[in-house]
Design a protein around this ligand. Structure first.
Ligand code: SR1
Ligand code: MG
Length: 419
């Protein structure tokens, strides 16, 4: 990174003009390009650049965490991992932004601008329903997780892939601390925005069962190198659009947290954010009962779509070294193969439920919150919904084995909502 220089809004056009691929898409001269900073994430600055012929999105990693500032340094190589993940996700599933150019020395990825799209979280806050999102995400997760695992790759290739992403330690450390550890202890980065939660927070820190369960999930996160994860698959990492004729497009963005970890982590992250959106609805508007039902239906739809696509891949694309076909299909034992797939999915589902609980709680007790809940005013109204979300988070963690499946998790979500 010896030549690395962070861009600023005033020099973005001039800097991007050095890439012929960028000039070709935007057209005209850099002095004609309009630049706007649009990043709403916690880590980076993101610029939309518009020229006479087209527009692009430029994302450059900074040597620090945007949300906190220069006091929290963060390596530039997260751009290398994001690029590596985007390339693999495009091959294995699609539904990611197209890369126009990548400059590793500048930690810069220039991508297509998804100008018609909006962040899915914002659509959910507005009460909008994109019917294809659950199916696209279910397929995306099944395809990216299955095809990066030992179920698809031979053992040596999977290990080489794992090593490629193993160095993304700084971003993993953010998850290890912010999701699994800090919310359960006194830490300067924790915050909760409803003073009514003070007693709840104290009770959680004294809750041995909760802390035990979340540490079991952390141990899994640290040790199960099962598949290449997106690593931060919340509803803010999904973009959705709908044309006037009703045709939808769904894209998955921002895989800078990519690394080899447990498949259930990505599934749980997405479910957690749908469940947080479910609890936020009553704080956001007066009658959102239809939206609430729809959100829980999406949780079930994501799981059933995921299990269906995963099972199809198990049957048709299991070319890897684990659950080797020579022990199953090649000797005519289709039944044993189907049973093994069901057992695999059952274990994965329990893990995803546990991760969903962990991911819900961190968004209320830790550093990084979600707009779904944060926009609820006044604080007492917000606290009521946050307490419900926390009650479900505990159940999902501590009772994940008894809950067992996302249909039951949704049933529990409804029960907690009615209390
Ligand atoms: C300091 S980064 C906080 C959070 O933002 C990202 O989106 C990840 O979720 C991370 O945990
Ligand atoms: Mg992000």
């Amino acid at each position: 990174y010896s030549s690395y220089r962070p861009m600023e809004e005033c020099d973005v056009a001039q800097r991007l003009a050095t890439y012929p691929e960028v000039v070709e898409v935007l057209g005209g001269r850099p002095t004609e390009w309009a630049v706007r900073e649009v990043g709403d994430g916690n880590l980076n600055f993101v610029y939309i650049v518009k020229g006479p012929n087209g527009s692009l999105c430029a994302k450059q990693a900074l040597p620090f965490v945007r949300l906190v500032g220069e006091s929290w340094p963060l390596p530039l190589d997260r751009s290398h991992f994001e690029h590596g993940a985007l390339v693999r996700q495009a091959q294995r599933s699609g539904h990611v932004p197209k890369i126009v150019t990548y400059d590793p020395g500048q930690a810069l990825i220039v991508m297509e601008n998804l100008g018609r799209h909006k962040i899915w979280r914002n659509a959910l806050i507005a009460g909008e329903r994109h019917e294809s999102a659950a199916d696209v995400l279910a397929n995306f997760m099944a395809e990216t997780l299955f095809r990066s695992s030992d179920l698809s790759l031979d053992a040596a290739s999977r290990k080489v892939e794992m090593v490629h992403f193993a160095a993304n330690t700084a971003l993993c450390k953010i998850t290890e601390d912010l999701v699994f550890t800090d919310p359960y202890r006194a830490h300067e980065l924790n915050r909760w925005t409803s003073p009514e939660l003070d007693d709840t927070v104290a009770a959680i820190r004294a809750d041995a069962e909760w802390k035990h369960a979340v540490q079991e999930m952390k141990a899994l996160f640290l040790t199960r190198t099962e598949a290449l994860l997106h690593g931060d698959l919340h509803t803010g990492s999904v973009m959705v659009s709908r044309t006037e004729t009703g045709s939808e497009d769904v894209r998955i963005i921002d895989p800078e947290f990519a690394y080899y970890g447990p498949m259930g982590f990505d599934v749980g992250a997405l479910m957690a954010n749908l469940l947080l959106a479910f609890y936020a609805q009553d704080g956001l508007a007066d009658d959102r009962s239809g939206m609430k039902d729809w959100l829980l239906a999406q949780v079930e739809r994501v799981w059933s779509g995921f299990a269906e696509r995963f099972t199809e891949l198990w049957r048709t694309e299991r070319t890897g070294d684990s659950y080797h076909r020579s022990l199953f299909e090649d000797v005519g034992d289709e039944e044993a193969s189907a049973a093994a797939c069901n057992t695999y999915l059952a274990r994965l589902q329990v893990e995803a439920i546990g991760f969903a609980g962990a991911k819900m709680a961190r968004r209320i007790l830790g550093l990084a919150h979600v707009a779904d809940l944060e926009t609820i005013e006044p604080a007492e109204r917000r606290a009521k919904q946050e307490k419900r979300a926390l009650a479900l988070a505990r159940m999902l963690l501590v009772e994940r084995h008894a809950i067992g499946n996302f249909a039951e998790a949704c049933e529990r979500a409804r029960q907690v909502d009615g209390e």
